[in-house]
Write a protein that binds this ligand. Structure first.
Ligand code: FES
Length: 102
C-alpha cells in the first residue's frame, strides 16, 4: 500500500529499486526502507514468536523493538525499518531466529 494522492502533499514517483525477499523478486523505490518496501508489496509477516508461534512484523518503525529484524545480504539481525533499500539486496526472513526482550 502506498499513498499516491493527497489533498496537500504531492508524491512523485521515484526510481525503482529491485530486491529479493526469500528469493522472490520485488520492487521498491528510492528512499524506501526495507520494511516500507516489504509493506508496499503486501508483506507484513516476518517471523513467529518463540512460544506461541504468533506472527511478528513491522511494529515500532523506529528501531526499538527488533520485530522487523531479518538477514540482509548475509548479515543477520538487521533492523529493516532502519535500513535503506539498495539495488540488488537479498532479504531473508529469520523465522528460525527469535529475539527475546527483557
Ligand atoms: S519495527 Fe521495531 S525495530 Fe523495526
Amino acid at each position: 500500500m502506498r499513498i499516491e494522492k493527497h489533498p496537500i502533499l504531492s508524491f512523485e514517483k521515484k526510481p525503482e529499486i529491485h530486491f529479493t525477499f526469500n528469493g522472490k523478486q520485488l520492487i521498491g523505490y528510492l528512499g524506501d526502507t526495507i520494511a516500507s518496501a516489504l509493506h508496499d508489496n503486501g508483506i507484513m509477516h516476518y517471523s513467529n514468536s518463540i512460544l506461541e508461534e504468533r506472527p511478528r512484523g513491522f511494529y515500532c518503525a523506529i528501531g526499538n523493538c527488533g520485530s522487523c529484524s531479518m538477514t540482509v545480504n548475509g548479515v543477520s539481525n538487521v533492523k529493516t525499518c532502519m535500513t535503506e533499500l539498495v539495488e540488488g539486496m537479498e532479504v531473508v526472513s529469520d523465522t528460525d531466529e527469535v529475539t527475546i526482550h527483557g
